[in-house]
Design a protein around this ligand. Structure first.
Ligand code: ADP
Ligand code: MG
Length: 713
């Protein structure tokens, strides 16, 4: 008997070339193919007599081929047939697909499913799915592709929906695979869920839409449930570890908070307190600090980090980009300057070390020395990019890891840091994100983290005025920018991200802030245009990801010090850059950015008491594509943006986990908070009674299969 884990190689009905194609889609086992679920269904269950067809309806027609031949319509090749039943005959066309004339011959019986069109020569069936039938006895035929509700699988260049349908059918009817039920029986019962074999059948071959929906409900539950279990197991596992307990150094904390150039908001204070209380325990904190752009998360992290340092432990502070890491380094160096802290800075390309003796002035040391001093514990806080967790860096007594914008870092990389910790104790983790994650998502995707939300913005901030700018308003917008600059303010201009061909989208998504060469071209062009044609009397400057770190840093520094009026940039400027004097954010080609990203850009302004503006422009020809721009105008805080984003793009892109391989079915069910909470509760119940899933071998096996099939970030 074959099992779900049987590799497809063992199946004789799949040819070698197909094995290769399937592998490219990530389909390697019987499990993978049975769980390759339809994206949607088309209802072709309406089998009609040819004499009764009506234009613009989806139908199935069954009859005999009278004639079939390749034909031309102008330049276009097509296959053309005439099919008849007892009531009449109809023309059938397949554009481009002349190969069909090799498969279907006059005299064959066929079942066809497609759309009826009324043209010059009367009714015809356009590009129908076809299925050859053995005899005229259509009622006896076991139809797979026509005459029923037909599953349509995710489109790809490699394997057609038709092929998958056939393969699934063979697996479920001829090969006979044993599919064990991973869900405990009481969970099925309590939640009214279909048993797995039935559900798989109905998922692929429903006889009504209701059947398809019942199957989807079951799998939505199952997948969310398994996701919850794996996340919660991780949480329980972590809770078994020791972590350095760090008493709150109240006096230093107070002195530090008082030394800040601003008063912490209530939300910041609460967040600080929660974190300090966590750090007091000898169990590792895993906390996600979620706060809209500009809500002041850095200061919160800095307070917590100082407490760790004053307890004799080290802190690793990581940012997703070099620019941002550098900014954190500078901020931290400034605010820690009277607190006797040694700060190191390490990115892939450069490293610096700063000592308190130099009163805020960084001194440069070699990477080698920096690493040595980190290993000896002489560096109290090491700020940097991914470089911090890639290989060589060894800490003496790592007490806290701060990760800014954590969704850029993988769980695996985090585990790396955890591994470095000596003995059994592992560092506390504070992860920060400005991507507002709705509760339902946070509970699952980040379910192993405790959540603290900063809702409040520092006082005195004004709401950013967001506007869609039409092409004919461009001139007056430039005029407006000029006036702002006259008043002493500054402006950003963001250039659209150009997708280069041949770039693997998954790879590209992983680092959305990386510039490509064509991005550089656009940004250079825009820069020259603005400097020469529009603002010849002003100082325009430019930033893109292909510049050297030193150059980037100089541009940012000069802009921050108001040595330039306008910064034209690619999306490298996206996260975290803090230039309070800037009040205009002009986004070209806004339709090319995701909503969360647009919100991030907008968050670059409105960081002071000045009224700020965000202008959204479209690339020529795409003015119709305004959904996201409109959503941004309507939604001003991060949570509203997240909600809209969820509606427009789906949760995958929101969390950047699109490429994480979370099944689509999970992605859509994550929007269902009730289901999320139900599955979470069920998962908790199970784990409470049986944390190792020892009594539930089938569930454990299902969980393993599930984890193998996804990569949670
Ligand atoms: P984010 O949460 O986006 O990381 P930052 O930590 O970069 O925000 O803070 C944004 C800006 O707000 C910085 O210039 C910071 O100095 C300032 N800031 C932080 N907290 C406060 C506060 N309580 N009052 C006034 N300004 C603050
Ligand atoms: Mg930040």
């Amino acid at each position: 008997m074959l099992t779900l884990d049987t590799p497809l190689e063992n199946l004789t009905f799949i040819s070698k070339p197909y094995l290769g194609k399937l592998k490219k889609l990530g389909i390697k086992t019987i499990n993978d193919i049975l769980f390759y679920f339809p994206l949607r269904y088309q209802d072709f269950s309406n089998v009609v007599a040819i004499a009764k067809v009506q234009a613009n309806t989806n139908v199935s027609i069954q009859g005999k081929i009278l004639q079939i031949k390749a034909n031309y319509l102008g330049k276009f090749k097509m296959a053309e047939a005439v099919v008849e039943d007892e009531t009449g005959s109809i023309r059938v066309t397949w554009f481009g697909q002349t190969y069909i004339t090799n498969i279907l011959k006059a005299g064959d019986f066929v079942s066809l499913a497609g759309k009826v069109v009324y043209g010059k020569k009367g009714y015809y069936l356009s590009n129908p799915i076809f299925e050859k039938i053995e005899s005229q006895d259509f009622d006896q035929a076991e139809l797979v592709h026509t005459g029923r509700i037909v599953p349509m699988y995710p489109q790809n260049q490699k394997v057609s929906s038709k092929w998958i349908r056939k393969a699934v059918k063979i697996l479920l009817t001829q090969v006979k695979v044993s599919i064990p039920e991973p869900l405990p029986e009481h969970i099925l019962k309590e939640n009214g869920l279909l048993e797995i074999n039935k559900a798989i059948w109905q998922m692929h071959f429903p006889s009504s839409m209701q059947e398809a929906i019942s199957a989807q409900t079951r799998f939505a539950f199952e997948q969310l449930f398994l996701l919850e279990i794996s996340v919660l197991k991780e949480k329980l596992r972590l809770a078994q570890h020791q972590a350095p307990a760090m008493p709150i150094k109240l006096e230093v904390m107070q002195a530090f908070v008082n030394s800040l150039p601003f008063k912490l908001t209530d939300d910041q204070k609460k967040a600080v307190w929660r974190i300090l209380k966590d750090l007091e325990k000898d169990r590792p904190m895993s906390r996600l600090l979620e706060g809209d752009v500009g809500s002041g998360k850095t200061a919160v992290a800095a307070v917590a980090a100082l407490n760790v340092i004053k307890n004799g432990c080290q802190v690793a502070f990581m940012a997703p980009t070099e620019i941002l890491a550098k900014q954190h380094f500078k901020t931290i160096a400034t605010i820690y300057k009277d607190f006797n802290v040694n700060i190191g800075f390490l990115t892939g390309k450069e490293d610096k070390f700063m000592s308190k003796k130099l009163k805020g002035q960084p001194i440069e040391i070699s990477k080698k020395r920096l690493l040595e001093q980190t290993a000896k514990g002489e560096i109290n806080i090491l700020v940097g990019t991914h470089a911090l967790i890639q290989g060589k860096v060894v800490f003496d007594k790592l007490g806290l890891v701060v990760i800014d914008e954590q969704h850029r870092f993988g769980v695996e990389q985090r585990a790396n840091l955890v591994k470095q910790a000596k003995g059994k104790a592992i560092p506390h983790l504070l992860s920060m994100t400005a991507t507002p994650i709705p509760r339902s998502l946070a509970l699952t995707i980040y379910g192993d983290l405790d959540l603290t939300i900063i809702k409040q913005m520092p006082s005195g901030r004004k709401k950013i005025i967001t506007q869609i700018v039409k092409e004919n308003q461009r001139k007056e917008t430039y005029q407006f920018v000029r006036e702002q600059i006259k008043e002493g303010r500054q402006a950003f201009v963001i250039c659209p991200r150009i997708e280069e061909k041949e770039v693997d989208p998954a790879e590209q998504d992983q680092d959305m802030r990386k510039s490509t060469w064509s991005d550089v071209k656009t940004v250079t062009k825009e820069f020259e245009f603005l400097q020469k044609e529009i603002f010849p009397d002003l100082k325009v400057t430019m930033l893109h990801g292909k510049m050297l770190p030193k150059e980037k840093e100089k541009v940012m520094k000069d802009f921050k010090n108001q040595k330039a009026d306008i910064l034209v940039s690619t999306s490298v400027v996206e996260v975290g850059i803090d230039v309070p004097n800037a009040t205009v954010m002009m986004i070209e080609g806004a339709e090319r950015f995701g909503l969360a990203q647009l919100h991030q850009f907008r968050g670059r302004v409105g960081r002071s008491q000045y009224q700020s503006y965000c202008f959204l422009l479209s690339s020529p020809g795409s003015e119709g594509n305004l959904a996201r721009s409109k959503a941004l105008v309507e939604a001003d805080d991060g949570f509203a943006v997240a909600k809209k984003d969820l509606e427009i793009r789906g949760p995958g892109e929101l969390t950047g986990s699109k490429q994480s391989g979370l099944p689509d079915i999970i992605m859509s069910s994550l929007q269902n908070l009730e289901l999320v909470e139900k599955t979470r509760q069920s998962a908790l119940d199970i784990l409470e009674q049986d944390p190792g899933l020892k009594k539930q071998p089938l569930l454990a096996a299902g969980l393993k299969r599930f984890k193998d099939s996804i990569h949670l970030e």
